[in-house]
Design a protein around this ligand. Structure first.
Ligand code: AMP
Length: 115
């Protein structure tokens, strides 16, 4: 845990959130400012600041992260219309919380490329 990290505090239950999944490795919460009808953030319990900090040893954790994202998409009913998985890396790409997280967004059309 990183003492000044918002998502570490959410994972630890120190800051309230709407959790849709939690297990020994990852937590999924509803985004506080949703950009789509379904907008869930899937994050590791471990404090990893960004995707650029990932290494091969994180393979099992990433497998869980993506499997949970798929479960969330199925349970939210957004698979048939298609949905967007996004990881912003660095502030220049829109990352505002430096704790790795996967955005799961669905329930509306998405343009390409993303803005
Ligand atoms: P990013 O900009 O890619 O780092 O994504 C961070 C996301 O966290 C944004 O979509 C925010 O709306 C969301 N967010 C910020 N604070 C909270 C919070 N307290 N609970 C849930 N989501 C949050």
């Amino acid at each position: 845990m990183s003492a000044d990290c918002l998502f570490c505090k959410i994972v630890a239950g120190e800051i309230p959130s709407t959790m849709v999944h939690e297990d020994d490795l990852v937590v999924a919460i509803r985004d506080i400012a949703p950009r789509a009808p379904t907008h869930v953030l899937v994050m590791p319990r471990e404090h990893i600041p960004s995707a650029v900090d990932l290494a091969e040893e994180h393979g099992p954790l990433l497998g869980r992260l993506f499997a949970v994202a798929a479960d969330v998409a199925r349970s939210e009913g957004i698979v048939d219309r298609g949905y967007r998985l996004t990881i912003n890396v660095g502030s220049g790409a829109g990352q505002s919380v430096p704790h790795l997280h996967l955005h799961v967004m669905g329930g509306r059309p998405f343009g390409w490329p993303p803005g």
